[in-house]
Ligand binder design. Structure first.
Ligand code: ACO
Length: 320
């Protein structure tokens, strides 16, 4: 038995912020942003929306698509780095909103690789028989963690959520490869604020910091290597894959991975032009778009690959 995605959903905020809009905030231009990253616009939450509400919306749509009732979910895993609360977890909050009363819920923190990590964790639970059907959500509103005066980071990110329902079936996930390198954590960070205790001082919140070139080099080296390793150990050729569904951080990273794998760019769908980098949400949003538009066909072999802060990265080989 393995793990199969049986329903998908996504939720994006309504407010669209274009590169031209940002050029009124910081010293940048549509030309700089789109030529370096491929991003043209992004969606940002308004005061009524947040990481939980977007995640719950995406989850509701995934449940409807899977034709699964709330009581049939026994595990909820949420990938996020931008919860409005340290506790309760986003997963528990979504459980409460959607009344998924028979499930156990928890968050997983692996930044932009988060969705890959929750898929792998759910797979382990489902394969071992501990749980049978899981709701997986990637949801992030990094707009609250960005310094909107820092042009080197504020142009990159957007808010969004994506979700999948997975269950034990005969086909689906074929194999996973996950990797982390904590010694490189300093190249992409965002610190939390703390209050003073009777014996220690407070620490201020520090917005997202990124050494862009280090992250770029990491991604274009590790992602293709990880995909090749995964395919080789499953005796699968790069040409056998119909879709490479990569974390949507930067068009140039995706193009470089395609080149290094010797694969046409058409196999690497892109939506970062519309949404920017939505962190843990980017892969499930992409999967939802491909599924709902009918481009993903039953039996298609897909590679999902994420990379992000930690550093974390990984790939999944699945049969749709
Ligand atoms: N508009 C105009 N100029 C800018 C902007 C901006 N938004 N941001 C930076 N610059 C300037 C810099 O100040 C610098 O100016 P200087 O030469 O006068 O000092 C110049 O542009 C070049 O800056 P670099 O940081 O060297 O620009 P680079 O070519 O590396 O591009 C970028 C930056 C797009 C971030 C690139 O490094 C990149 O794509 N990195 C990958 C990281 C990534 O995609 N991260 C996403 C989040 S992490 C994740 O999801 C894993």
């Amino acid at each position: 038995m393995t793990t199969r995605i049986i329903g998908t959903g996504s939720a994006l905020p309504e407010a669209v912020v274009t590169n031209d809009d940002l050029s009124k905030l910081v010293d940048t231009s549509d030309e700089w942003i789109s030529s370096r990253t491929g991003i043209r616009e992004r969606r940002l939450v308004n005061p009524d929306e947040n990481t939980v509400s977007l995640g719950a919306k995406a989850a509701q749509k995934a449940l409807e698509d899977a034709k699964v009732s709330p009581g049939e979910i026994d595990l909820i895993l949420v990938a996020t780095s931008s919860s409005e609360f340290y506790f309760p977890s986003v997963a528990c909050q979504i459980q409460g909103i959607l009344r998924l009363d028979n499930a156990v819920a928890m968050d997983v923190s692996a930044a932009c690789s988060g969705f890959l990590f929750v898929l792998n964790t759910a797979h382990a639970y489902l394969k071992s028989g501990i749980y049978r059907r899981a709701l997986l959500v990637g949801t992030d509103t990094l707009s609250h963690l960005i310094n909107w005066e820092d042009r080197s980071t504020c142009v990159l990110f957007g808010d969004g959520a994506g979700a999948c329902v997975v269950e034990q079936q005969e086909t689906g996930v074929i194999d996973f490869l996950q990797q982390t390198d904590g010694s490189m954590g300093h190249v992409l960070t965002c610190s939390a604020a703390t209050f003073a205790s009777p014996i220690s001082e407070s620490a201020p919140f520090q917005s997202i910091y990124m050494d862009g070139q280090a992250v770029f080099k990491f991604a274009v080296k590790k992602v293709p290597a990880c995909i090749r390793q995964l395919l080789e150990r499953n005796c699968t050729e790069v040409d056998d894959i119909q879709w490479y569904l990569l974390h949507q951080a930067n068009r140039r990273i995706i193009q470089s991975v395609a080149k290094r794998l010797g694969q046409p760019e058409e196999k690497f769908p892109i939506n970062l032009d519309q949404y920017g980098n939505t962190s843990a949400a980017s892969i499930p949003i992409l999967v939802d778009e491909l599924h709902k538009s009918g481009r993903l066909k039953r039996g298609d072999k897909c590679v999902l690959s994420g990379f992000g802060a930690g550093l974390t990265w990984g790939a999944a080989l699945i049969e749709w």
